[in-house]
Design a protein around this ligand. Structure first.
Ligand code: AMP
Length: 193
């Protein structure tokens, strides 16, 4: 994988572990020559991972919507900053740039981006690995909810299984490298975005 999108919080969370793990992921990218595409912010987890990479001369590409393109939020030190018209355009631009997605702890924005990436895989529009870095068990409740969806007949077990989960950066990236999309039992029309 050459380029990975990271979805993560515009906040840092209360535990120092979140920031440290963001820095660890950024360092892994630099050591393995993986470029990062992200939301373009300088705040929260986004800022932490971008700064860790910039410090080590890693390649960071931000994609920020016009409405957030102001000084308090936008990172001014990244290799490239793409300004999108809207929040939804931003997700389309990011998806065209990357070979995989990783979600780290965050809020609504992070969840929105994670579930859109999973939905694209579920529909067969994309076949890129989608991973969760489950720092501090942050996503345990989200994963339990996915199991409820399977048990209650709203999510196919094969689609649930697409989601790659680990609490270790190295293990997550190894699993993502080996990702194969599920064999589909029904024909789904290719949807063009
Ligand atoms: P949240 O998880 O709600 O903090 O939102 C973080 C995610 O939403 C990031 O991956 C960004 O793509 C996007 N986002 C939300 N707030 C901002 C912001 N202030 N600056 C840049 N991106 C943001």
């Amino acid at each position: 994988m050459k380029r990975i999108a990271v979805f993560c919080g515009s906040s840092l969370g209360f535990s120092e572990t979140y920031k440290l793990e963001a820095e660890k992921l950024g360092t892994y990218f630099c050591e393995h020559e993986i470029d990062m595409v992200y939301g373009g912010g300088k705040i929260g987890m986004m800022g932490a991972i971008a700064n860790a990479m910039i410090e080590k001369n890693g390649v960071v590409i931000g994609v920020i919507p016009e409405l957030l393109e102001h000084e308090e939020v936008m990172h001014d030190g990244v290799e490239e900053m793409i300004v999108s018209k809207s929040m939804s355009d931003r997700k389309v631009i990011i998806s065209k740039l990357v070979d995989g997605y990783i979600a780290m702890p965050g809020g609504f924005g992070t969840m929105d981006e994670l579930f859109e990436a999973l939905t694209l895989s579920q529909l067969g529009i994309e076949s890129k690995p989608v991973g969760i870095l489950n720092t501090n068990g942050f996503f345990d409740h989200t994963l339990a909810q996915l199991d409820v969806m399977v048990a209650e007949g709203f999510l196919k077990a094969s689609n649930r299984a697409m989601l790659i989960v680990s609490d270790s950066v190295d293990d997550l990236l190894l699993q993502m490298k080996d990702y194969r999309e599920p064999i589909r039992t029904q024909i789904i029309d290719k949807v063009v975005r």
